[in-house]
Ligand binder design. Structure first.
Ligand SMILES: Cc1cc2nc3c(=O)[nH]c(=O)nc-3n(C[C@H](O)[C@H](O)[C@H](O)COP(=O)(O)OP(=O)(O)OC[C@H]3O[C@@H](n4cnc5c(N)ncnc54)[C@H](O)[C@@H]3O)c2cc1C
Length: 391
């Protein structure tokens, strides 16, 4: 059972109550099967349905659109607590909430929100987000999937890769270019129903980790998307997916933090029955405790700023970078602490170690996070300098 208190900032009691509620859900639904679904690479359809029934697939969205009407901090805590036990389910929760639902909630018109967000946030359907392509990963401006305007809508052609949950999704928000020579200015986003003609699923990926999450290729072959499914303004796709990713990175920070804590939980549990053998073990425990504490402060701070409508490009990038890198490191340290036993799949340490690595890549690699952080620092420095010059 997973419920001991975690070190972190003092939050209002409503957040700790919500954490306890998520822990109860996880203890009932995930603790006993996390290892099994992982070994079988089985997408946990029933558990995702139950998450939806509890409202956890729409935590930060307004009740009038089917959500729970809570905030980003609550959502980050949920991402953390679910991932602490089953990071695959945690990723499914995050990809659905911040990638599949957020862009429609934020940029959709009223009709789109009523039609799609109500179903997504209430968990009736799962959402996905199709940005990455074989030749467009970090550089999303290189998008090659095309959107040709025709009477009544658009025809999409192209391929997307590494798309989370798409095989089980009802909608996918897809980025496509009207004219590749325009770069980022040529891209629009579309809400594609997975039943649209010309849309199909390609190969399923067999990954290093997050084995119970679903990752697939999408294929668009003359896929007609009606004009009313254009999301936001035409040619405004870049802004849509950049803002989507900024918010998404906070939850991936929570997800990575949960992985770090989950790995640490394994180490602490092991220590209950094994003596601390050396000073080295004390160092490992002290360092992991400190880094997890720092990651939690960063993730929660980014979430709280987002809840106050403060721009969070930098905070989200720092939280995601730090939490994902310490996740991989912490899981490795737990393996070092335990020794050989941790390399078998009897203990979840090796599962967390594999899972952690993927969070360094999804929703932007560590290198891209560093580019964003540096860009923001330079921008602020220049702004301040400009102020000095004005005085
Ligand atoms: C678990 C998981 C889930 C995912 N889910 C989705 C999803 O739902 N939807 C979706 O659209 N995508 C998804 N992705 C894809 C993910 O967003 C991409 O993997 C990521 O953007 C990196 O792209 P890439 O893998 O093509 O690597 P590349 O962009 O080809 O990068 C390769 C290497 O080059 C480095 N690099 C690239 N550009 C620069 C630069 N300018 N400066 C310095 N270094 C650079 C990278 O850091 C990396 O080390 C997912 C990925 C993972 C791991």
């Amino acid at each position: 059972m997973m419920s001991f208190e975690v070190d972190g900032p003092k939050l209002d009691s409503k957040y700790e109550l919500f954490r306890k509620e998520i822990q109860d859900f996880v203890n009932t639904n995930l603790v006993s099967c996390a290892s099994n679904i992982y070994k079988k690479e089985e997408f946990p359809v029933e558990i995702i349905k139950r998450l939806g029934e509890k409202g956890y697939l729409g935590i930060p969205y307004a009740k009038e659109y089917g959500g729970l009407g809570l905030d980003y901090l609550s959502y980050a805590i949920a991402a953390e607590e679910v991932s602490r036990v089953c990071a695959s389910t945690g990723l499914t929760l995050c990809a659905h909430t911040s990638l599949g639902t957020f862009p429609i909630y934020r940029f959709g018109n009223e009709a789109q929100k009523k039609k799609y967000v109500t179903q997504l946030a209430s968990g009736k359907i799962l959402g996905a987000f199709g940005l990455t392509e074989p030749n467009a990963g970090s550089d999303a401006a290189a998008t090659e999937t095309t959107a040709k305007q025709v009477e009544g809508g658009f025809i999409l052609n192209g391929t997307k890769r590494f798309i989370t949950s798409a095989e089980y999704a009802g909608t996918v928000v897809v980025a496509a270019t009207h004219d590749k020579s325009l770069g980022i200015k040529g891209i629009s986003c579309f809400i594609v129903e997975t039943g649209f003609k010309g849309y199909s699923i390609g190969q399923r990926e067999h990954k290093l980790g997050l084995l119970a999450s679903n990752t697939v290729e999408l294929i668009f072959e003359d896929c007609f998307v009606p004009a009313e499914n254009l999301l936001g303004k035409q040619y405004n796709g870049y802004k849509i997916f950049m803002e989507t990713l900024d918010g998404g990175r906070i939850s991936i920070g929570g997800h990575a933090l949960g992985i770090a804590q989950g790995a640490f939980d394994v180490g602490l549990e092991w220590l209950k029955n094994h003596p601390i053998r050396s000073q080295q073990a004390s160092k490992i425990i002290a360092d992991i405790t400190t880094h997890i504490y720092a990651a939690r402060l960063m993730v929660y701070d980014a979430a709280m700023k987002k809840d106050q409508n403060i721009r969070v490009d930098q905070e989200a990038a720092m939280a995601k970078l730090y939490a994902s890198e310490i996740g991989t490191w912490a899981a490795g340290e737990v393996i070092r602490l335990i020794g050989y036993e941790a390399l078998t799949n009897e203990l979840a340490a090796e599962r967390f170690y594999r899972d952690a690595k993927l969070s360094e890549i999804g929703e932007g690699t560590s290198e891209v996070m560093r580019l964003i952080i540096a860009r923001e620092m330079i921008r602020k420095f220049k702004d301040e300098k400009a102020d000095v010059f004005r005085k």
